[in-house]
Design a protein around this ligand. Structure first.
Ligand code: 5AD
Ligand code: SF4
Length: 441
């Protein structure tokens, strides 16, 4: 047997890319590649890129520039660019950076082995199609598990066209994977020891498909079906759009014990004027009412959101509306970003861009508020006993780390044997980014 070839994948951006990188690694496994965590001894390097914010394409080009010495030392090294920058830039990448052998968009990963073979013969290959066939079906199955938690992509793409966002262009239209295939993948993962599944989609709560009795159903029906699988103890889903939170999904939060009490529900802004300019198709008040309904179903749920500060035309008053919304909701966590004009999106063409210093100042103020809410939510756990799914050893000797239902990292002193188990933990301390506690009897 020849030595296996080595594949190094560097993943940027969202969880969808993490999932895709694993699938690409499995597909290349069929070509005799094993994954390495060292770029310098790889036979193939893949950059799985993200295009959502800032100078994404420029960053990829400079990363590629840094690979030049490796390629010069080993001309057989194959270098590929995958992900959303690949989709957006396409053949331009090969034109600009001669060391790139292949470019593959997110909808074409099942064609990666074929592209790699062509690249191996010295042909430079580009595939950024949106093919008819289902890439998931063509990718390697059944999946290997890498621990007690796993991502599972159930939906891709977006039809919402928020004015700032590239996703509808890089990932294409909303597509739901069929329920039977999702269930088969979930069963295989559960059989391999996975206890917690996070269902992924750019608009995951827009998922729809045929449920067991043959009727059309939404994400709630899928969640109930997956919760019934032996071994699936916990379910999460991300990312959701407020307008797709239907009654059935809200009810599921109160009724399905496996559905964890944490929901990422981006609102982006608290100003109706800005929400309208963003083409979000909901108001701040509609979001607040939605939050009330979700909390009525699951009172202890922690909510998180994404925010953009400095969207074109955002005034001080608009920004104050965002702070007011944050205060009104009380988030368990949140992510905030400075607006970054993305080529090809409607907002990038607009005048009245907000000056950089103003954006910096708003971002700081928003992040300070978010951090204080995050701390309050975390500190509120001290003294409580929570269920923790243990995932891996911690930084200190004898330590194990896992996640609570509320997605807090929790560390305890415990034997490694509790890895993969869900145990009650009495929380005794709250640190900057994690909780500490003792495994309860
Ligand atoms: N500028 C800044 N933030 C953005 N996001 C998406 N597009 C942009 C942009 N052009 C943020 C949104 C989204 C998150 C994934 O990234 O808040 O929810
Ligand atoms: Fe982008 Fe809006 Fe679609 Fe989310 S809902 S992926 S922010 S266009």
């Amino acid at each position: 047997m020849p030595d296996p070839k080595k594949l190094f994948i560097k993943t940027y951006g969202c969880q969808m890319n993490v999932y895709d990188s694993e699938r690409m690694a499995e597909a290349m496994g069929g070509e005799g590649y094993v994954v390495t965590d060292r770029a310098d001894d790889a036979d193939m390097i893949l950059l799985n890129t993200c295009h959502i914010r800032e100078k994404a394409a420029e960053k990829v080009y400079s990363e590629l520039g840094r690979l030049k010495p490796l390629k010069e030392a080993r001309p057989d090294l194959r270098i590929g660019v995958a992900g959303c920058v690949a989709q957006a830039e396409g053949a331009e990448i090969i034109a600009r950076q001669p060391l790139v052998d292949l470019v593959v968009g997110p909808q074409s990963y099942h064609r990666l082995p074929e592209l790699a073979r062509r690249a191996g013969q010295g042909a430079r290959a580009v595939d950024t199609d949106f093919p008819e066939e289902d890439k998931f079906e063509r990718l390697a199955r059944p999946r290997a598990a890498h621990g007690p938690t796993a991502f599972l992509t159930v939906q891709e793409g977006c039809d919402k066209f928020c004015a700032f966002c590239v996703v509808p262009y890089t990932r294409g239209a909303e597509v739901s994977r069929p329920a039977d295939r999702i269930e088969a993948e979930a069963r295989a993962l559960a059989a391999a020891g996975v206890r917690e599944l996070t269902l992924l989609g750019q608009n995951v709560n827009a998922w729809h498909g045929r449920t067991e009795d043959g009727t059309e159903g939404g994400l709630a029906a899928l969640i109930r079906r997956l919760a019934a699988i032996e071994g699936v103890e916990r379910l999460r889903y991300t990312t959701s759009h407020p307008n797709d939170m239907d009654d059935a999904l809200i009810a599921a939060h109160g009724e399905v014990p496996a559905l964890m009490p944490y929901l990422h529900l981006p609102v982006q802004s608290g100003s109706d004027r800005i929400l309208k300019a963003m083409n979000r198709k909901h108001t701040a008040d509609a979001y607040l009412r939605l939050v009330e309904r979700i909390r009525a179903a699951r009172p202890d749920i922690l909510l998180s959101s994404d925010f953009i500060v400095g969207f074109p035309g955002e005034t001080d008053a608009d920004f104050e509306d965002t702070l007011a919304l944050v205060r009104a909701v009380g988030f368990g966590a949140s992510f905030s970003f400075k607006y970054s004009p993305r080529p090809g999106t409607p907002a990038a063409e607009r005048g009245n861009q907000v000056p950089a210093e103003v954006m910096d100042d708003r971002l700081q103020r928003l992040q300070a508020l978010i951090t204080s809410q995050q701390r309050a939510a975390q500190d509120g756990m001290v003294g409580r006993t929570v269920e923790v799914l243990f995932e891996k050893p911690g930084r200190l000797p004898g330590q194990m780390v896992g996640k609570s239902g509320h997605l807090h990292a929790v560390h305890v002193l415990a034997p490694e044997a509790i890895r993969g188990q869900i145990r009650p933990v009495r929380i005794t301390e709250s640190g900057p980014n994690s909780l500490g506690g003792e495994v309860a009897a």
